[in-house]
Write a protein that binds this ligand. Sequence first.
Ligand code: SF4
Length: 354
Amino acid sequence: MYNTEQPERPAASRHTSGGKENTELGQITAYLRNGNSTELPCRAEAVRQAFFGNRVFLRGIIEISNHCKNSCRYCGLQRQNTSLNRYRLDEESIQEAIAAIRRFDLQTVVLQSGEDPEISADTMARLIEKIKSKTDIAVTLSLGEWPESAYRTWFRAGADRYLLKMETFEKGLYRALHPGMDFQHRLDCIYRLAEIGYQTGSGIIVGLPGQNLESIASDLIELRKMDLDMISIGPFIPHPATSLAGYPAGSPALTSRAISMMRCLDPAVLMPAVSALAAQEPDQRHQALQAGANVLMPNFTPSNQAAWYEIYPDIRRSGLSTDAMGSALAEARAAGCTLDYSQGDSIKIKEGKR
Ligand code: SF4
């Protein structure tokens, strides 16, 4: 096990620009520490209102495969987990799930998967082409690290957006949590996706073993520097089949403060209230909406498979689209927001800011 007390210091770029950046790091760390302050969430909500009004954008998510060749230590899909039933949706099941998404008038689908060696770039490209030929739905991919040629092929096939989370920008911690993976390569993938033309997203996990408030603050600064279209911030939840099973979960309240800070640092970014927040405490997702998040992602994975996409344990996963849509509506209402059924493109792209 790696040393959770003293993770290796982060990328050299982090503190090299001198006093100004260190001052900002200190200020953000102080805001994250101050759990009783209402100033930060209030400011974040005001920023969200100014840029997006009270709209919450919807994306229907389909988890197309839970096979993964990787060994991320926090993840229940890691290849070492032999207790998990593995599945890979066939094209008919994916198209049925997309039809369900359309019946609810959603105009964005997220196709998410572990890094499944049995899925080929060409198969994905054909699937994307078929989806785009039948409907004008926006297609977001979250398929992990692939060669640049695959990213280009899928973009030509019609894919619009890509999510690839860094999870942490602490190089030492990244290495400890991701055996066999390379920090710089993952970062390069994200920049390559943006160059190709995808609306690009990344994100972090809050509360990872070995992380501290300053490293979370530093991660938020790194995310701002990347000028992303989408940022996902969710809490660490230990999975019992992983080597991190005995560690405490990340705090939902701290996660919400990180979301608020991110909203203030990067006002125009799209930011989901992730399902991991609700896995611990049911009302945390609408609290995240009140703290500056503005996206919900109801799950349309077929109910027979949904329970097996177990990155973290979540007894609330039903995979029933009606339940998922009902929850989204209830959470938006509880936060005083309205659901927006449009494609919800990045306003950075739409307004030519990038
Ligand atoms: S986090 Fe992603 S890449 Fe890592 S084991 Fe889980 S599904 Fe695979």
